[in-house]
Ligand binder design. Structure first.
Ligand SMILES: [Zn+2]
Length: 234
């Protein structure tokens, strides 16, 4: 195997490792949680809170109504029991009763509105809870597939790393350093470029016949005069 070929093979492994690591990061991010699931969860919590507040308000109105009913009953009892003999006092009690009954009628309207609201919010809350349960099931299903993909990728990475180590043992240290230095400078991580139709396949620069020859025989490393990558001819 020529010096350039060894580096080219190393690069195939490194690019595969890059892809695997990128995908593994994506998988970990997906397994950590989903924005859609969080949104559904927040909506369910909001619906639950709205229902709780409306139920408490209804309960409070029901207690007010109960207390008014008690008061009306007790005033009527007083009025019709005959204990009040003074006509002025009887009139006062009658007026008080009328006022209590008017409040009671107004309260009935509030109660009806509060009951309708609770009913509506209960339906909303149920819908949100069902949506959340579905979203959680979907997330769990997705997670099963993602974990399986992660396990497979990790096995691939381990195999690639072993191959890489074996390959690196046969590469001169200065070639390896050069390869790593070029790779670090290139955004796509490609340090070794194939020569295709006499030109560098990465930047398109036409290589001199001497460079093409050098890339073929592989005795010395041929470097693209434009992009600085190591040239390799298959
Ligand atoms: Zn080039």
């Amino acid at each position: 195997m020529s010096r350039a070929e060894s580096l080219y093979r190393l690069q195939l492994l490194d690019l595969e490792l890059d892809r695997a690591h990128k995908r593994l990061r994506e998988i970990e991010a997906s397994l950590a949680g989903s924005p859609a699931l969080e949104h559904t969860r927040a909506e369910a919590a909001k619906a639950e809170k709205a229902l709780r507040l409306a139920s408490a308000e209804l309960k409070s109105l029901e207690l007010d109504a109960q207390s008014l009913d008690d008061k009306i009953a007790s005033e009527e009892q007083r009025l019709y029991s005959g204990v009040i003999r003074n006509p002025k006092e009887m009139l006062d009690v009658q007026q008080e009763l009328d006022a209590l009954k008017r409040r009671r009628v107004a309260l009935d309207d509030q109660l009806l509105a509060a009951m309708e609201r609770v009913e509506q919010l209960r339906a909303d809350e149920l819908r949100c809870r069902q949506a959340l349960a579905q979203a959680e099931r979907n997330f769990a299903d997705d997670s099963v597939h993602l974990r399986a993909e992660r396990d497979k990728l990790q096995a691939t990475v381990e195999g690639d790393l072993e191959q890489r180590e074996a390959l690196c043992r046969g590469i001169p240290a200065k070639d390896l350093d050069l390869y790593l230095a070029i790779r670090a400078k290139k955004p796509n991580g490609v340090a070794v470029a194939l020569i295709k139709a006499g030109a560098c396949s990465q930047c398109g620069e036409v290589a001199s016949s001497q460079l093409v020859q050098q890339a073929h025989t592989g005795a010395a490393l041929a470097i693209c005069s434009n992009c600085g990558r190591i040239l390799y001819a298959q």
